[in-house]
Design a protein around this ligand. Sequence first.
Ligand SMILES: C[S@@+](CC[C@H](N)C(=O)[O-])C[C@H]1O[C@@H](n2cnc3c(N)ncnc32)[C@H](O)[C@@H]1O
Length: 344
Amino acid sequence: MQYKFIDLFAGIGGFRKGFEDAGFKCVFTSEINPQCQQVYETNFGDKPFGDITKINPTDIPNFDILLGGFPCQPFSISGKKMGFEDTRGTLFFDICQIIDTKQPNVVVLENVKHLIHHDKGRTFKVILKALMDLGYNVTHKILNAKDFGLPQNRERIFIIATKKHYFDFAKLKKKKKVILRDFLDTEGNFEFIDKSEYTLIDTPKNQESGLIFVGYRNKNIWQKGVRENTEHLSRVHRQPNRIYSIDGTHPTIPSQETAGRFFIYIPELDTVRKLTINECYKIMGFQPNFIKHSNIGEQYKQIGNSVAIPVIRAIAESINEQKLLIDEPQRQVVGDLQALLFAY
Ligand SMILES: C[S@@+](CC[C@H](N)C(=O)[O-])C[C@H]1O[C@@H](n2cnc3c(N)ncnc32)[C@H](O)[C@@H]1O
């Protein structure tokens, strides 16, 4: 039996690819951004439905799993209950309405790690409580792309709500560590930067995250490139200036970056070059046959907003292995019954 899923806040389809690779079938998609819709349709053949707030849940075909990497918004809680009714006016409320109407067996939500601390932890609490109120067992964990066969330090929070027993994150199949070197293009028009534009530190620093910090771009160079309206972002997001070795992992590909200012150090050549856009897609788990948007700025934005496909695939496979969709009586229950029978 092929289980069905719906792909909400679909972006360019990272969730869809991971679940399809694990044997699941997509029956409905929602994505509001026309640029993402275009790329999604080119690659998957389905034009996503637009704004999720305009969907009548009863119009959605039946499905087993709801997937959504939803935007993080503050809730203004008026009531004391903090149930899903209290999230009215947010996109999370729309997700809850679909869950309430369609009663899927499994819900997988993804977000930035910061969601846990958003609004002093209230947002996260409301999300968990709302899912519990809808009748689900809810677990969550921060997963890192570098534990799933990608050379990227990308941490994201995953919330998994199930009708049956809890999803067990400990059962996820992790992969052995890889380094950026193994994912680099061997030929292409590489953009090397001049030695006068960066400074290498004397001793490279191996960080716990797997990054190997080797130097930084000189301040007068990167300051020139600060973009407007990015003042509220961290310095690294405003203008990435740190340089890491290809013998470690790469930092998170951020969604705000539209010029791809990611610089990598190649020890044997003693040079620094920009990570190419193809390499960016590769370290998110996208295959070379994935058709990107025609505009390079859009390509960077879309990949930064996406999910690391192997992490999603591992979750999809584990949902199957943990038998979270099968309607037969659980083994554990049979075991318990036997124990009861033997007791008398
Ligand atoms: C963080 S991204 C998720 C990307 C996706 N997980 C991927 O792999 O590419 C959130 C997405 O939600 C979409 N979105 C925001 N508001 C929406 C709405 N009202 N209806 C449908 N999609 C929406 C955005 O356009 C964006 O692509």
